[in-house]
Design a protein around this ligand. Structure first.
Ligand SMILES: [Fe+2]
Ligand SMILES: [Fe+2]
Length: 187
């Protein structure tokens, strides 16, 4: 079944572009320039709101089915489930640091930069594992029933960044995505 896999991949493409945008801001930090804190906050907030609440639970249902089809997948799947929890915590950590900056609390620049850089490395590694190792297997092994179960794992999961009904809060984010075309990547 190609469509759920295509949607799964499409989410990852958006996430990858957001991480690229976040990296530009982290580089500005590193160069001693003032990064766009609002944009950084919106990126991580979106990934917390949509990625962690809708994308990850759907994946977890698909992972579950994958382990049923191939028990050898239990260990790598457990690792990915743990990474979902770590990504959520790391995202909270970045948002907390950015919140301190916004509130003018004394925050070490290095702490904000380190939290965002850790998030970047961790998230990118996670996406690469899913794209390179998990999704090809899911394509091969999951049945129509499995995909349906994954799709039903989360009800009413509107992506606040896409479609006509997107959340106003992410207007700036959409603009930035439009202005920064995706970088070609080696798969
Ligand atoms: Fe994931
Ligand atoms: Fe994913």
């Amino acid at each position: 079944m190609a469509e759920p896999l295509a949607l799964w991949h499409a989410d990852h493409v958006v996430f990858g572009r957001l991480l690229d945008l976040l990296e530009i801001q982290v580089a500005a930090f590193h160069a001693g320039e003032r990064p766009n804190y609002e944009l950084m906050t919106d990126i991580v907030d979106y990934l917390r709101q949509y990625g962690d609440r809708f994308h990850h639970p759907r994946e977890e249902a698909a992972f579950c089915r994958l382990v049923e089809r191939d028990p050898e997948m239990r260990l790598p799947v457990n690792r990915l489930l743990q990474e979902h929890r770590v990504i959520a915590r790391a995202g909270d950590d970045v948002l907390e640091r950015l919140g301190e900056v916004a509130d003018d609390v004394m925050t070490e620049r290095a702490d904000v930069e380190a939290a965002a850089a850790t998030y970047l490395v961790y998230y990118r590694h996670h996406l690469a594992t899913e794209e390179g190792k998990i999704m090809p297997l899911a394509k091969e092994l999951l049945t129509g029933d499995d995909w349906a179960a994954a799709g039903e794992a989360v009800q009413g999961a509107p992506d606040p960044l896409s479609g006509v009904d997107f959340d106003e809060r992410y207007r700036e984010l959409r603009k930035h995505i439009a202005l920064h075309p995706a970088k070609p990547r080696a798969q």
